[in-house]
Ligand binder design. Structure first.
Ligand code: PLP
Length: 401
């Protein structure tokens, strides 16, 4: 019977829209799958590939989700998210940046990614150009290509401490530009763009009210050396066209909860609300209550996690700089090191593959973040100092051999 049905509906009859031939993915997930498969075969794998904190979600946040379930929060919530949570996000923004954002402009999203999905869908179409960082989070380009828009990479350079250059970004803007994506602190480089550069970029963009801006600030609290994050929300002159992406995944070690928030200009807010109604209805209710506990409860776990990341950051950089042919700038934010490996004689992706297969160390080749990622690999230091030391010992053995 099944076979007959299959013959009645031959697969070759299916034709998806062309966007699906262009959609990409995040290779970090493929590396994670391979690392997990190797570990299942009994190999000793150290995972410096995936971009998620190695900490558990703090207990009081987990408890809040359990309580929400016990209290009967089992149904749909408003598509925009529960009001107390949007109020808490608004208070958090005010507390950290001194900026007023109405809860009516805040969307609770199923993860940070969904904000980029929504923003790129809103502005991407054939003929439109969208600027995005290269190397950068791979989903920007993938989604831009999905919509048929033209991706315009903005180079992120080591000699510029992996900050973006306002002049270079502005020079890439044309009459076709519809959206500019920026990300600081940045994945995969750990770069943090200084305020002077952001001021300059905002000044230029303020003259183009027809261009939307998406600022991916998911690592805003993961910044080192006493630096302060500069949010694009601090610039009133662009608020009418600014989308800010943020969320709980990294700050509170909540990647699996799928909890993000974003700020939208009033003109776009109802559109993203309708997209939510059409696509995901709302974020699951217990996660939203957990998100509320995260923002309103004690923040010591965040501080503890950042102290641990800071310690590992210094270890990873020191050890990498001792390797033959490797040089590594000190990352100023997030939890990634992006060493330059061009003097090792290896190309980045074959090196990352060989390190995993031969030495059991998972990293990601720079080209998985864009063409300009060649010559680099990304190491996520979301792992213990002991494992980081062991991983770099193995990389040293490999490169010396
Ligand atoms: N933006 C950047 C720059 C990221 O690195 C990530 C995750 O790695 C995200 C967004 C997505 O976060 P989420 O897991 O909340 O979807």
């Amino acid at each position: 019977m099944h076979n007959e049905l299959r013959e009645a509906y031959p697969m070759t009859a299916l034709k998806t829209i062309s966007g699906f031939d262009r959609i990409g993915e995040e290779n970090a997930f493929a590396v994670l799958a391979r690392a997990t498969a190797l570990a299942a075969q009994g190999k000793d794998i150290i995972n410096l590939g995936i971009g998620q904190p190695d900490f558990q979600t703090p207990a009081h946040i987990v408890e809040a989700a359990i309580k929400a379930l016990r209290d009967g929060h089992h149904g749909y919530t408003p598509a925009t998210g529960i009001l107390p949570l949007r109020e808490a996000v608004s208070a958090d923004i005010h507390g950290r940046y001194g900026v007023d954002v109405s809860p009516d402009n805040i969307m609770i999203m199923p993860g940070g990614k969904v904000t980029m999905y929504a923003a790129i869908l809103m502005f991407g179409q054939p003929g439109a150009e969208i600027l995005y960082p290269d190397p950068g989070f791979p989903i920007y380009r993938s989604m831009i290509e999905f919509t048929g828009a033209t991706p315009i990479p903005v180079p992120i350079r080591e000699e510029n401490a992996f900050a973006f250059s306002a002049d270079e970004t502005l020079s890439l803007i044309t009459d076709k530009t519809r959206l500019v994506i920026i990300n600081s602190p940045a994945n995969p480089t750990g770069g943090v763009t200084p305020k002077v550069e952001i001021d300059k970029l905002v000044k230029g963009l303020a003259e183009r009210p027809d261009i939307a801006i998406m600022s991916d600030e998911i690592y805003d609290r993961m910044i080192y050396d006493g630096e302060q994050h500069v949010s694009l929300l601090s610039y009133p002159e662009i608020r009418d066209r600014l989308i800010v992406l943020n969320g709980w995944s990294k700050t509170y070690a909540m990647t699996g909860w799928r909890m993000g928030w974003s700020v939208w200009p009033p003109e776009l807010y109802d559109k993203v609300r309708k997209l939510a109604v059409n696509a995901w209805s709302c974020v699951n209710a217990p996660s939203q209550w957990a998100g509320l506990a995260a923002l309103t409860g004690p923040q010591d776990a965040v501080a503890d996690m950042m102290r641990a990341f800071d310690e590992r950051r210094l270890v990873v950089v020191k050890r990498l700089n001792d390797l033959p042919g490797v040089s590594c700038a000190v990352p100023k934010g997030a939890f990634y090191a992006f060493p330059n490996i061009s003097e090792t004689g290896w190309q980045a992706k074959p090196l990352a593959a060989a390190l995993l297969e031969e030495k059991g160390v998972a990293t990601i080749g720079g080209p998985d973040f864009g063409i300009l990622g060649e010559g680099y690999i990304r190491l996520s230091y979301a792992n213990s100092v002991e494992n980081i030391e062991k991983a770099i010992d193995r990389i040293a053995e490999f490169l010396d051999a």
